[in-house]
Design a protein around this ligand. Sequence first.
Ligand code: PA5
Length: 431
Amino acid sequence: MEKSKIKIDLSNYVGIELSADFRGYEDKTYNILTSLYNSKSDLPQMTGWLNLPHDTKMFDDIQNFVNKTISEDKYEHLLVFGIGGSSLGAQALLDGLNTPLWNRISKGKRKNFLTVDFIDNLDPQIIRTILSRLKLDQTLFVVISKAGGTVETMVPMLIAKEWTGENFYKQCVFVTTQGKGLLFDIAQKNNIPLFPIPENVGGRFSVFSPVGLLPAALCGIDLNEIKKGILDADSICQMKDLKTNHAAMIALASYFSYKAGKNIFVLMPYSTCLRKFVDWFVQLWAESVGKNLKGSTPIPAIGATDQHSQIQLFNQGPNDKLTCFVKINKHKRDLTVPDFSNETQEFRIYAGHKVGDILNIELNATRRAMTENQRSNFTVSLPELNEYYLAKFMYILEVSTAIMGNLLEVNPFDQPGVELGKKYIKEELAK
Ligand code: PA5
């Protein structure tokens, strides 16, 4: 049976963003896409992430390692060290797809997959707490760094090494660049399994490499469905017709709004499970398009929570934002509100509604209010929140980000502003 499709509804957008000339930009966008796709094997172009949906060997290697690890049953916990692009993608997949409070459910309910924690900062309290709560002898450590020696990854790794003792490296897997860098050298010396990050895949575009997929699969995420999702996204993203090419549509909507003075891009899914997905997107967008004094600023928001927080500003503050709402048509494990109208008539309006449907009614109401206030917005609908649709949407957003960078005439794949800071940190530490 054919799967339902992800849909984009721009009906609220086109009446507000009057200068948006989608048809007039169809050729230009298609040319950008063609040159992105044509550069997939050209190392310096950094578009190797477009090869990942087709990398069957990578998917098989990860799956075989995961099957072996889970069947050996040596580990209870997974602890991931990594920062930025080397952490957020896996967090987005796991928070979006696994049951909330995953670490608190029994091993049986987890089907022997591992509990998971991420250390993605140098907050000593977090490092100490996580390391002291885990049974370190039953923990698999996945250390992820493309450069191979990032401070925020090395420091907690060294502390974990001291706390775990001599077996630490035996319990490690590294995800890093093949053939160079500190992690590669340590892996060679200590016989540590290593999953390579292709050279032409940048950190923030690496979620569908072992960077995102290895931690996700160790915690039960279905890689086959992820693969199907990104393969389908990959075909959609190469279409010229804007009606089909969601990536081009999102990039163009953000570009026209930016040109019209809306230099803030709000991503607002109506689901708390998508909080980390928004964090992932914020990094992807900010690091890719924010350079040469250009770029729209991504703002994270969650519906309905932010209706009681940022929406006031979005609706009546400066008219400098474009909002992309994300709707989940059918929420997982939905609940029906009981009928307590015999207690007070005020409860009657809730009775019999599904909670997920109320959330979506709230989304529609917010869209309507924003549109009445001439606030640019459009909505992406996912039929449901599962591996296939989340991966598909994330891939579409990666391509949108690459197109937006090109429309703005900046290089979406470098990050000189990040590298400079990294250099100064190492200089200070060495003093
Ligand atoms: O997207 C990026 O390039 C960055 O956010 C990196 O992922 C981050 O700085 C971590 O770098 P590394 O993977 O080299 O440790």
